[in-house]
Each structure stands twice: as structure tokens, then as C-alpha cells.
Design a protein around this ligand. Sequence first.
Ligand SMILES: [Zn+2]
Ligand SMILES: [Zn+2]
Length: 328
Amino acid sequence: MRAMILNNPGEPLQLLEKSDPIPGPGEVLVKISACGVCRTDLHVVDGDLPEPKLPIVPGHEIVGHVSILGEGVDKFKVGERIGITWLGHTCGHCAYCKSGAENLCDEPEFTGYQIDGGYADVTVADADFCFPIGGQYSDAEIAPLLCAGLIGYRSLTMAGENSERIGIYGFGAAAHIVTQVACYQNREIYAFTRPGDLVAQKFALDMGAIWAGDSDQTPPQALDAAIIFAPVGALVPSALRAVRKAGIVVCGGIHMSDIPAFPYQILWGERVLRSVANLTRQDAIDFLELAPKIPIQTKIEEFPLEHANLALDALRTGKLTGAAVLIP
Ligand SMILES: [Zn+2]
Ligand SMILES: [Zn+2]
């Protein structure tokens, strides 16, 4: 197999060739056809997230076909197209797992963080955490749905069923998908980008946002909720100022720079500030069923697997419009 591996955070990924892994009981060997590049990968590579398995193959928006079934796997057939997400394994017995909140499991293993992921041409995955993927989309088009889409969808759910006017801070892979879901649900999206990023603002309007502006601007109307995808803590007070009383601000990223001190008055009025962590398998089932009905169109930029460092760099510097996808 060929893989782009991270030996130490802060270093570029290295191309490695080695023999294929063998799937154990309950696992499948998957021939990868596409893997999305998520901001979380960047946090792993840059050392923002503690204690990754090292060396690690990043990547958790994996689309591929089952090539070998491990012992006891009867849920898939050889050749079937499947998706693999960030949630690679949960313990199944902690209080969170037992209460339907497996996204908060006490002993989780995440793909591309504790388990080798999809910046490769093959991988091994726990079959219970893989999802069948039907027709309609190409492999590369599906990839961003598997994390950007899923986390975006979970964030939108957390923004409140009755929230009609929703602000989105940071208009990248997750935002462009969430905007389509929100429009389908007859909600209005207000897109906030890096100040002066007219390309991202035009992209947001093209995707269905009814307003787009700089992150330090005040929206034309008070918002019912806001979702922050950009990993910038200073956006939290901005978003709290943009939402009405009882409005909800959702932080959708796994990592964020420190949140500056802010006056209690902008939280007062029963405004809610919360994070969204990971996903459950039910989120994936629900979202993958919904996506083709809308139908969500993903805007992708393909990179050969060997160019993973370039793709990460484009994401780091805000040069992407939409989502980067690696093709082995
Ligand atoms: Zn658990
Ligand atoms: Zn992700």
C-alpha cells in the first residue's frame, strides 16, 4: 500500500510504501477511491490536538470499496461501496455510549487520529462504523459529506429546530453543505467570511446564502442562531452580538484559538453558547439518507494522494473554495 504518513506533528507528511494491512475479526479491508481533507486533519498535522497515534495516516472522509471481509463480517459484500468517518470505534459500555451519545464516548478511537485513516490507497476499518453508500454521487463528491457534511448537519441541528435566520462564520467545506441543507429546510443563511474575502462571499451567495459579509460586520437583522466553523475564538463574541435574545451560538470545530474575554451582557438574555463534538452513527445514517433528496452538490478540488501536503496548505491558508479531496 501507499500512504502519506505523519511521523511528528509540525512536519510535512511523507509518502510510505508498505505491505497491505490484514483485516482482523469484525474489520474490512477497503480499497480507497477518495478521501476528503478536513480541517481536523490540519489540527492533527499541526499538533493542535493532543496525543495522536504516531506515526499516523490522517484522513477521515474515506470513500472506497470493500476488498476483504474480516472474520464475522456479514454486513457488507466484497466490492460494495462504503464510507468511513471520523468516529472509528467506541467502547459501547460507558454512560455516553449507553445513552445514545456515543459521540462523547469516554474511550473513543477516531479515524486518522488514533486509527490509520484515508490518506492512502487502502485502509482497515471496523465494519460496524462503516456505512453503505448508494448511487448518484461520484466517490470524490461524497467524501466531503462524510465529515464536513455530517458535522455541519449536527451543528445545524444544534442551532435549534425553530431557528430561521442562521449565521455561519467561516465559509468552507462544512458551510457550503450546511447552507444547502438550511435552504432545503426554508431557513435563511447569513455568511460571514474573513474580512475582504469577496471570493468566499460570492461562493456563499451562489450556494444559497441570502447575505454575505465580513466577520466583523453586523448582519442586517438579528439572527436566531449562529454556527462558527472557523477555528477563531474571537468570533465567539462577534456571534453572540449577532444573535437575538435566547439565540444559540454553536462552535462546530474540534479546536479553536482562545476566546477573548467578553462582557456578560452579550451572553445575558438567555443566549446559549455550545460546542458540537464528533458524530454518532445515527447522524451518519440520517444525513446520508437526506443528502441525495436535497440533493446536496459538493464543490470539490481534487489532488493526487502524493500532493496531500499541498492540499493541507491550501486549506491552512484559506485558498480553497469548497473541499479538497485526495485521489490515490
Ligand atoms: Zn463509550
Ligand atoms: Zn473532519
